[in-house]
Design a protein around this ligand. Structure first.
Ligand code: M6R
Length: 364
């Protein structure tokens, strides 16, 4: 049932404050401000390495998690797409932890990566949305995202729930490893608790984004740029746009601009810059200047402080609420998804069932 929405994707985008809140509630002890982790057959303190594998959108959630686990838990993390990981003969020390991330829990490559990790002595933890799935059944520990059934082929709410679960795990791991103090944990938990309300605020940008889609629909290519956890979000933004609107899009780490993609920039190229006002904001601004100097049309997604500090003419600046850095990928997913959605609607594509795509990729 789509409710009063035109597509499942729209409904699922709008459900996010609620389902992210449910997902967080299974980890966060609201009263004490602490993280509650599931029963684990390993000790976070003895882990020397974390391997995360996934496909598509789930792999971008995994990439975001790398930033969090490194920062909060001080643990080395390898992230790879499952289709590459499974055939690389990755050397793994027994006793490490392998996390797989999958909405369906049935993705063939992700399942094969999980099996490889088990065979090579890794503890396994699956972040899955479908608890009865094969991946869930074959993992030592299940962390369920509570997104509910996701019908749209383009993943939206499963992604933000994956982010919420992985951020909680990273904070919990940080605390267990002594890398975070109780005070740090309290501050991060507070930030996570705020995420659903901030997502609801971000949804109010929908009309502005719908208007912006009229510009995007004329483009043949779109570039997405971001740094830090906004880099995986740039990859996700580009994937979302191409899969449902069929407009070619690329996501890049903003610092990579000079190393190639800058050659693409001219007056016809929209460049979506995801840049919350954070400790690397100035670096992204200098990349934006490079885009502006070559006539690229910038769509800046930032907050009030960022909009003021950027001082660069843009085609459009979407002003998000101010928020702690930890939750930006969760909340900035909303404008990214809405932009792809409204562009696809204008293109007249089959938004919920885009051509050539399947919801669950159970063959290689
Ligand atoms: O079910 P999974 O999370 O394992 O699926 C992984 C990818 O196939 C999936 O995220 C795909 O990239 C989506 N179409 C993205 O919107």
């Amino acid at each position: 049932d789509k409710g009063n929405h035109r597509h499942f994707m729209a409904k699922e985008i709008h459900e996010q404050p609620e389902v992210v809140s449910h997902t967080l509630a299974s980890f966060l002890d609201m009263a004490s401000g602490a993280i509650r982790l599931p029963e684990l057959p390993f000790d976070w303190r003895s882990l020397t390495r974390l391997t995360i594998t996934a496909c598509g959108t789930a792999s971008y959630a995994a990439l975001c998690a790398k930033y969090w686990f490194e920062r909060f838990a001080r643990i080395p993390v390898e992230v790879d797409v499952a289709s590459e990981f499974r055939y690389r003969e990755v050397p793994l020390e027994p006793g490490g932890l392998a996390i797989v991330v999958s909405q369906s829990g049935e993705t063939a490559d992700t399942l094969a990566a999980l099996r490889y990790c088990k065979e090579h002595g890794q503890h396994t933890l699956a972040v899955v949305n479908v608890p009865t799935s094969t991946i869930a059944r074959e993992s030592d520990v299940i962390v369920q995202t509570l997104a509910g059934p996701e019908i749209g082929v383009a993943s939206t709410k499963a992604f933000t729930c994956q982010l919420a679960a992985l951020a909680s795990l990273a904070v919990g791991a940080g605390r267990a490893r002594g890398a975070l103090s109780a005070e740090d944990e309290g501050r991060l938990v507070q930030a996570l608790i705020e995420a659903p309300r901030l997502m609801a605020t971000a949804l109010r940008l929908e009309h502005e984004i719908e208007a912006l889609a009229k510009d995007l629909v004329k483009a043949t290519d779109v570039l997405y740029l971001g740094r830090g956890t906004s880099f995986p979000l740039a990859l996700e933004g580009a994937l979302k746009l191409k899969e449902i609107s069929y407009i070619h899009a690329e996501g890049y780490a903003a610092g990579e601009l000079k190393h190639g993609p800058i050659a693409l920039i001219d007056e016809t190229l929209p460049v979506v810059v995801i840049a919350p006002f954070d400790r690397i904001f100035e670096k992204t601004v200098s990349n934006m200047q490079e885009v502006a100097a070559r006539g690229g049309r910038i769509i800046l997604i930032t907050d009030e402080q960022g909009a003021e500090a950027a001082a660069i003419p843009t085609l459009k600046t979407l002003v998000m609420p101010q928020m702690p850095a930890t939750v930006t990928p969760i909340v900035y997913s909303i404008p990214i998804q809405l932009l792809a959605y409204h562009t696809a609607v204008l293109m007249g594509t089959d938004v919920d069932q885009p051509r050539n795509l399947a919801k669950s990729v159970t063959v290689e």
